[in-house]
Design a binder for this molecule. Sequence first.
Ligand code: ACM
Length: 772
Amino acid sequence: MNLVRLVAHLGFCAAVAPAFAMAAPPPPLIPLPAQIGYADGAFHVDTHTPVVVADHNASTRRTADYLVGLTGNERGLHLQVKEHAASPKSIVLLRDPQAAVADPEGYTLDVTPQGIRISARDDAGLFYGTMTLAQLLTPDENHGAVSVPAMHIVDRPRFVWRGLMLDSVRHMQSVAEIETVLDQMARHKLNTFHWHLADDQGWRIEIKRYPELMRIGAWRTPINAGHDGQPLRYGGFYTQDQIRQIVAYAAARYITVVPEIDMPGHAQAAVASYPYLGVTGQRPAVSEDWGVHPYLYNVDDATFAFIDRVFDEVMALFPSRYIHVGGDEAVKDQWKASPTVQAKMHALGLKNEDALQGWFISRLGSYLSAHGRRLIGWDEILEGAVPANATVMSWRGVQGAIDAVKQGHDVVLSPSPDLYLDQLQSARADENAGRMPVSDLANVYAFEPVPKVLDATQAAHVLGAQANLWTEHMPTIAHVEHAIFPRLDALSEVDWSPAGARDWRGFLARLPVQFARYRKQQIGYADSAFAADITVDRMAALTRIASSLTITNQAGSGDLHYTLDGSVPTVTSPLYRTPLTVKLPLTVRVASFSRSGMPLASSRQRVLDRASLLSVSGNDMPNCPGSDFRLRVQPMPDVTSLSPNYSINVFDSCQLYPATPMDGIARIHVDGVQLPRNYQLAHDAKLVVSRPHSTPFGELVVHQDRCDGAVLATLPLPDPARSTRRFALDGALPAAHGSHALCLIYTAPIDGDLYALDRVSLLGEEKTPSVH
Ligand code: ACM
C-alpha cells in the first residue's frame, strides 16, 4: 500500500499536532521523552489490535515482533503483527524518510482515538518509539487490554553515547544473564554496552591464536579454594560463538558492544598466560585479589605483535567503531625497575614512564586507526601524549573529561563514585555488598554530563554518560541486578531526556509503575530508596519509659504504612505521618507504597527492646575518624548469597559504637568475623595501620569514648588457623556511669586476615545477648 494513503486512511494527518500542554502528569515513561503533548480521548488496545509493519521492512518486522513478545509476556496482551492494516484501529510502525525527527535515533509517536502510529527516519528511532509504546502498554499492574491516552510524542536522545559497563572478569555472567541486561538497556534506550573482558583476575575472551589465555588466564584459584563452600577454581571465558551471539543480540536492540582489553596495567592474567608479555620474566598466578596490581605489559615488539593479533580477533568479533584499551591504574614500578624497559624509554627519547604509557597507547591507537577503528581509554591515557582522535572516558571524577575536551578529545563521563553502580545505593545495614561512599538514586539522577566550565563548542565533545558496574562484590546476577536497577532508570533519563526535563519528583512518581514492570520481568531491582528507616531516640528509649519513633526513607517519597503487632503492613495499615511516641518493647514493621497503592518497598522490621537497642550491627558502626575507606564485603569472595556481608576498612580495622548509657552494663559480646585480606593496594599499602598486639593473633581492644581513650577490655583473637571464620568474644566491662561511646580496634597482624564486626552487644549481668 502506498504509504501516504495508508497514513491518510488512518486519519493521522489531521488528528495530530495538538497544543503542547503539560497539564496531566506525564505517563509512566522512563526515560522521559523530549516532548509530550496531550489530546482528548484514548485508544483502546486489545488482542484484536494489529501491529502493522507499514513499510514492509525486515527490521521493522523484528521490532514489531519484539513489541508483541514483550506485551504478551508482561501483560498477557497478545498482539498480532500484520503487513497490512485490515482495520483502521491499528498500531502502525513506519520507517519514513520524511519523518519529522531527523535524528536517526528519534521518532514521533501519535496516539489518537483512531490508532497509534510511530514513525522514524531510521530503524533505531523506530525501535525507540516502539520501546516507548511498550511502556505505554504497561502503565499499571493489570493484565490484558489497555487504554492509551491520546498524545503526541516527539522524541530524540540528548546524547549519542548512553552506556553501561559490565565487568565480566571479577565475576562472570552467563550469556543469558548478559542478554537480560541488554534487554533492559534497550528498554531504557541505552545504546552502548561496554564489556570489560580482560583484567588481573581473568582473561574472558576466547582468542584462538593464544590458547594459554583460555587454559591459564581464564582461571583463578580462590582463597580457601575447596573449603567453606569455595570452588577449586573460579573462571571461564566467552567463546567466540557466544560473543557473536551477544553482539548480534545487542545489535538487534540497537546496542553497540564496545569490548575492553585493559592495558598496559591490569595485565596479570595475560602475563600469567604468557610470561614473555610481562616485565619481570616471572609467571605470576592469575590474581585472586582485588585492587591495583603491579603487573604491566612490557614494551617489546613481540608484545605489540601479540596485542595486534588479539586486536585482529577482537575487531573480527566486535563491529564497534570504538575499541576500549583500558589505560587505568598502571602503576609504573615494574617499568621503572626494568633495565630493558628503561633502555627502550630512553631510546625513544621519552622523559618518563607516563610518556612511555602515552607512546604505548598511541601505538595501540595507530593499529586501531589503520583498521578503521577508534581508541577509547580511561582518563589516565591523558597522562602521556595520546592521539588526537582518542576518546577519553573520565572515571576519576570529571576533571579528566574537562582536560580532555580542552585538548580536543571526545569524552564519555563515567565518574566514580557518582556513576559507579558498585557503590552502595544506601548505607542501610541490609544493603548488599559494594563500595562506599553511597551513590544513591537521587545522586545518579542529578548527575550532569556536561561540566559547567565547558562552553557550547567544547560541550559538543561530550558524547554522553555511562554507568560502570565492577563486579568484585557482585558474584551473581542477583547482585548485578540489585546494583543496576533502578539506578539505570536514573541514568537513562540523564542520557536521553533534555536537560531541562530533569524532574526528580516526577521521576519518583513514574517509578512505581517501572517497579511493577520489573516484577513482571523478574528483575531483582533494589527497593533501597524507598525502604523504611525506623529510628528511635535511642538514648530516651534506654533511659525513659517513652521514646519517639521516626520512620523515613531515603527518597522521602511514598506512603509508609506500619504495624506494631508484628504483622505485615498493607495499604490499610496505619499511615505514618508524624513521629510516634512509643513504649518498649515493640516490634515495628513498615512497608512503602505509592499514592495509588502500588508496592514501593517490601516491609522492614525493627524489634525495639533494651537488648536489641544495645546490639549494633557492624554495618551501622562508622569508621573511626581519620580513615574513610570502607567496603561492604561478603564472607568469601565468590559466595553466591546476598547476605550476610560485613563492613571493612582495609587500612584500619577500627569502628565506633554509639554513645550509650552505661549504668548497669557489665559485659560486651562481639560477633566477629575473619575475612580474607585479598586486596592489592599498590603504593597505598604503606597507609595500612599496624597496631601493637600483646597476644599471638592480636586482640579486639575496646576503648572508652575515643580511640585513644581508656582501655575497657582487651579480647584476644582466636588462632585463625584453628578457628572458624565466625567467632564470638566476650569480656567484662568495668562499671561506668553516664553515657559513653566505644571505639573498637582490631590489632591483628596486618600480614594476616582482616577482621570485621558482625555485631557488638552490650549486656547487663545476663550471659547471652538477644540478637535480632
Ligand atoms: C577504573 O575504575 N579503574 C576505571
